[in-house]
Design a binder for this molecule. Sequence first.
Ligand code: UDX
Length: 445
Amino acid sequence: MSTTEGAKPRLTVLGTGYLGATHAICMAVLGFEVLGMDVDEAKIETLRSGRVPFYEPGLPEMLQKALESGRLRFTTSYEEVAEFGDVHFVCVGTPQRKGSTAADMSYVDAVVSGLAPHLDRRALIVGKSTVPVGTAARLTSLVQSLAPAGTDIELAWNPEFLREGFAVEDTMRPDRLVFGVASDWARERLSAAFAPMLAADVPLVVTDLPTAELVKVSANSFLATKISFINAMAEVCEATGADVQDLAAALAYDNRIGGRFLRPGLGFGGGCLPKDIRAYIHRAEELGVGQAVSFLREVDAINLRRRARTVDLIRAQAGGSLAGVTVCALGAAFKPNSDDIRDAPALDVARLLQEEGAIVRVYDPQAMDNARRVYPDLHYASSVAEAAAGAQVVALLTEWDHFREIDPVWLGELVAKKAIVDGRHALDQFAWREAGWDYKALGRT
Ligand code: UDX
């Protein structure tokens, strides 16, 4: 097969989870020939049949468009990927390793080792996964030793900042692009692969491989720190009778601080922030600079304390003991507009409540199937009304719009006792109190 060097590169995407599926679909819509690859046959079949295997607003429509264009195909074969592609994007997960805080690199290593032996012409492998700094250098040696094309295969790093729930928007119009490259050729290839974004004046930072790797973990560490900062202030507010919501609003008017990621409450979860800060601490310690990021341990600890504190509030609302108390738990996903329950604070709270003897009835607009699979022992309701019927405490744990819009008068008629803990500062406390509810929120008395 002839190469397309100099022209529009043919792209492959290894790993079709949140990141990879979104990237493959969006790149095809933007006009590239794209081949998506995954070792999971079922996932590939689902995508081929035009269905997205997870909940992500807007993505199913984009998949239809991409498939209809004829530019997007899927495979499970490394050989086909190597044959087809000029630029290969690595989009597999790097979860927290079992029994350790380090990142589990086995999926990245498996993909690269699976692909490399088939690479017999010049090509660029681009890592998008979040990895410990130094990974690109290690993978360069590995790939060049395994590939028939040897040193004609280069590595680049292009961190991805997409947020679940906004994946399409963040992929089509990212805040910035970062190219970590080791040569002008790699920079040219990446520029060709991102030509539509660059033409739309998306800011670009071109840098070396380790810097590009660090950008991602630094960004997530900063965001996690900002959330934990306001949640630490919430703890002080609780001890002093101050109101963290008003405090956050006042801080946000300072442009240097800004209001984004300053929402107090139950704290962060998901497949990125918690495991990324832990992996960063681990890697920094390996490199002998652990002290530089030791504050991230505190960021993690503050975040986890919010979950325990939410349980305390719910217990207090139940009159001091959770044994036999029915709790209506609104939310399971780690954040709204997602069905992702990885490290979900909501489900952690539900589990802790159940451990203390509460009967927990969970309802979430999208994450029920995932929650049921991982926490089969919780009770699940098919609506807010069913979850609330006869409950002694209501706990709002994920701030879906559907929950924000609940009429407190209507809900008040369903429950046994009008006691609510707003774990996400999502409700209008005055409206709820007006309707006769005992309203409690973290960082607010
Ligand atoms: C995050 C980063 O935002 C994204 O750039 C990166 O690519 C992946 O990790 P995501 O995990 O999708 O994205 O979720 P995000 O919107 O960042 O929220 C993370 C968590 O923080 C959620 O649990 C959310 O509820 C919580 N959060 C967010 C707060 O508690 N307070 C806030 O002010 C903001």
